[in-house]
Write a protein that binds this ligand. Structure first.
Ligand SMILES: [Zn+2]
Ligand SMILES: [Zn+2]
Length: 646
């Protein structure tokens, strides 16, 4: 979930600006180079490209399912990016900001390689965190020098490395210290966390940064004499924002248009990141852009979220704390995650995710407040006015005040979004629905329709306007629900922000009301159980684990129904050498016992025994299921009972 936060925040803002009529290009991409990928590929025994192709596809698909409206989600393996990065660095070298220098690096004698960045892990010399990586400590956020790690070990083989000397190329970062300081101080938009972190680093003093590596899976360095070196990931992936813009327009045949966004006087670049990535966006990227002497626009804002913890713990894939993007969608629809994550977006301080919070947000905010208000409004209009927005005659003071409050809240959502206060903006969307519900409760059109039909008409006219306003202000946060609501209101799909305060005319036909959201009934324990269920089906099995399974061909000697069990058969199976084992199998509705006797099937022999209907099942039979059909897996030629399956 942690990785979705910045992307989702960026999506909210991109959607908002599109609605406002601003010219938006929303880009990002998979960061595919570098040691984490290389380490992972080595561990999996595949080529890095194979791994990144797979990951890029998975991640792009997932972002789409979450409704992330990228104009271009590119990747750093893209040839356009590679060419762009090499050109920029060539230019920076020509401008005199790159120099070679001897340095010390950990070297693993067993793997016969240098260990930059994540190839080495150990204890953080600053905070003592045990799992610090060679390039950065995840706990204190410090950029580290890999030779300074305490108790270092090679992440591939676990060996303690030695220190060796090697020549690398450096970027002369200190030369930009004054310009960076002026940039940070002069940038009024920067949130406090990004500003303070950057100012601290500047105060501590910048050092030249080694930009080359000896790794293979990276972009080849274009420097003179560096033909066997590559560029460190953080010194090329940030340029991906530019190259993805360039690629986007080049694909449309507008080869020069990207420049409007990166050099144009009225263009603004906005970045959304987690706080572990601050220095790369507030110092490195601006320095690189300045170093080209090409007068690029520097980041206009770097909206930086704090940590999101999972049930009080920091998320960690290795320690299995957290919930991953694919699993989350197996549990609940994207709209629930979008709403919950933005409503607890850690803006000024860390925030915590729990199942209870998710349930509360979905049940009380989405379902009972927003969904309920819209559903009641549409239901009443259908029931009392034949699905037509009623005519409003002489709106009362209350009616007018409600319309004014709606207008004011829409404006407030807008102002909050202008200041990147996404949490507060979303709170106002929910508040508008809450006020609408309160207004409906006071006006009671289901009663006044008999006593004062004009008052009922006025009330539903007003709530229809609020529903319409909601269908627009919801869009950045809940695009799928907004689209659904607009179809229920029978309004065009294309919308603009300014339409949120214009009124639907009386006589406009609406559609039947359909619930937009559903409640989560499951308890904390049940949701956790669902998550574990999802995980167990997704987990990959190592070859060693697979080899430990004793899979054989067995011969069914006897098959008999288990009384009162419905679908269960008790099978006696010869697993070789006339050794007999019992299996309990839920196949009685698919196979007759007498047809099974004497047939060969596939069995797993060494599973832990299980009891069903008083019978202990010692082996498990393998069967395939396709909706209503169940088929036993049987060898295509006769073989001896007990033959190993591998
Ligand atoms: Zn640390
Ligand atoms: Zn090693």
């Amino acid at each position: 979930m942690g990785t979705l936060l910045p992307v989702l925040s960026a999506d909210v803002i991109a959607r908002y600006h599109r609605l406002k009529g601003d010219d938006v290009v929303f880009v990002s991409g998979s960061d595919e180079h570098g040691t984490p990928i290389e380490v992972e590929a080595i561990k999996q025994g595949i080529q890095p490209k194979e791994l990144t192709d797979r990951n890029h596809k998975i991640v792009s698909d997932l972002f789409e399912k979450y409704g992330i409206s990228f104009d271009n989600y590119s990747r750093t393996e893209n040839p356009i990016h590679i060419e762009f990065v090499r050109e920029i660095w060539k230019k920076i070298e020509e401008n005199g900001y790159v120099f070679p220098q001897e340095m010390e690096l950990p070297y693993c004698e067993k793997c016969d390689r240098f260990l930059p960045d994540r190839f080495v892990e150990g204890k953080c010399p600053v905070c003592g965190y045990e799992e610090a990586r060679g390039d950065q400590c995840d706990r204190c956020g410090r950029l580290l020098d890999p030779v300074k790690l305490l108790e270092p070990y090679c992440t591939i083989c676990g060996t303690k490395p030695v220190i060796r000397e090697v020549v690398h190329w450096y970027f002369d970062l200190p030369r930009f210290a004054d310009q960076l300081l002026a940039y940070i101080k002069g940038n009024k938009q920067l949130p406090d966390n990004a500003r303070n972190f950057s100012l601290n680093l500047l105060k501590e003093g910048l050092r030249p940064r080694p930009i080359t590596r000896d790794t293979k899976w990276a972009i080849p360095a274009p420097f003179k004499g560096a033909s066997d070196k590559t560029i460190y990931g953080w010194f090329e992936n940030v340029l991906g924002y530019v190259s993805a813009t360039l690629e986007y327009f080049r694909n449309q045949g507008q080869t020069e248009k990207w420049k409007e966004y990166w050099f144009g006087k009225d263009a603004r670049t906005l970045f959304f990141i987690g706080k572990d990535n601050i220095p790369f966006h507030t110092l490195f990227l601006p320095a690189l852009l300045i170093a080209t002497h090409d007068s690029y626009n520097l980041p206009w804002n770097v909206s930086t979220n704090e940590w999101l913890t999972f049930k009080g713990q920091s998320m960690s894939k290795s320690r299995r704390v957290g919930i991953w993007l694919d699993e989350a969608l197996d549990l609940f629809p994207a709209v629930y995650w979008r709403y919950t994550l933005i409503s607890i977006r850690p803006e000024a301080k860390d925030s915590n995710f729990t199942w209870r919070i998710l349930r509360e947000k979905v049940n009380s905010d989405l379902n009972d407040t927003i969904g309920n208000f819209i559903h009641r409004t549409l239901t009443f209009i259908n029931r009392y006015f034949n699905g037509t927005i009623p005519e409003a005659k002489e709106l009362s003071k209350d009616d007018k005040r409600m319309l004014q409050r709606s207008k004011a809240l829409v404006k407030d959502v807008s102002q909050k979004l202008d200041h990147f206060l996404l949490q507060a903006a979303l709170r106002n969307v929910t508040r508008l629905s809450r006020l609408g519900n309160k207004y409906l409760n006071e006006k009671q059109p289901w009663k006044t329709i008999k006593t004062d039909p004009e008052a009922a008409a006025n009330a539903l006219y007003v709530t229809a306007q609020i529903a319409k306003a909601l269908s627009i202000v919801m869009e950045p946060f809940l695009p799928f629900a907004s689209k659904d609501l607009r179809s229920q209101l029978n309004l065009p799909e294309r919308i603009e922000w300014k339409d949120a305060t214009s009124l639907i005319p009386p006589g406009h036909k609406v559609s039947e009301a359909r619930p937009l959201f559903q409640k989560i009934d499951a308890s904390d324990e049940e949701i956790q159980g669902m998550l574990e269920g999802v995980r167990s089906t997704q987990e990959t099995v190592s070859f060693d684990d697979f080899s430990r399974m004793d899979l054989r061909v067995g011969k069914i000697v006897k098959a008999e129904p288990i009384p009162k069990s419905g679908n269960l058969l008790k099978l006696t199976i010869d697993i070789g050498d006339n050794e007999l084992r019992t299996a309990v199998a839920g196949i009685a509705t698919h196979y007759k016992p007498q047809d099974l006797e004497g047939t060969l099937i596939s069995v797993i022999v060494n599973l832990a025994p299980r009891k069903a209907m008083g019978v202990t099942s010692e082996v498990m039979i393998l069967a395939a299921q396709d909706r209503g059909t169940l088929a036993l897996i049987q060898p295509s030629k006769p073989v001896e009972a007990g033959s190993r399956i591998s």
